[in-house]
Write a protein that binds this ligand. Structure first.
Ligand code: FEO
Length: 168
């Protein structure tokens, strides 16, 4: 059985991960509108990955006998100044996800919910990759600056990002 406090905080996190998916979908739409199909593809795959994160929390809460209560999601930001700005925003967002995951670990350790702690460790590791993936694109965009050919080369590379695979 899941403690009421953990159930509440996990429900809040479900909303945040779903809002993350919504944000990346908005970023995908903006990139597509700029003619950057590869950047858009990266963001679409990221949106899907966030939805899979939602489902991990969703299933965990239900498996522990808790209730899932989906909350409203605000409209995400719709425009950015540049491809660099959009990826800087994505990286900052991932840092916030990491902060929230670590806060959840602190909470479950306080009440000694070992199952929840084991569950969250997957996310602790995942966030290292999530931050690195966005930071990597930010670094390359800073290298090419305003060079349109450089941006198009990165766009071609990001077009190759494939769909995430759901956990078994
Ligand atoms: Fe679900 Fe990108 O963290």
């Amino acid at each position: 059985m899941i403690a009421a406090e953990i159930e509440r905080e996990f429900n809040t996190h479900i909303q945040f991960e779903m809002a993350s998916s919504y944000l990346y979908l908005s970023m995908a739409a903006w990139c597509d509108g700029q003619g950057l199909k590869g950047f858009s593809n990266w963001m679409r795959q990221q949106a899907e990955e966030e939805r899979l994160h939602v489902m991990r929390f969703f299933d965990f809460v239900l498996d522990r006998g808790g209730s899932v209560r989906l909350a409203a999601i605000d409209a995400p930001q719709a425009t950015w100044e540049s491809p660099l700005a959009v990826f800087e925003a994505a990286h900052a967002h991932e840092c916030e996800v990491t902060r929230r995951i670590h806060a959840l670990v602190d909470t479950v350790l306080e009440i000694r919910d070992h199952a929840a702690n084991a569950f969250l460790q997957w996310f602790v590791n995942e966030q290292v990759e999530e931050e690195a993936n966005a930071a990597d694109v930010v670094a390359r965009l800073r290298l090419v600056g305003d060079d349109g050919r450089g941006i198009l080369l990165i766009d071609q590379e990001l077009a190759r990002r494939t769909a995430p695979v759901a956990a078994e």
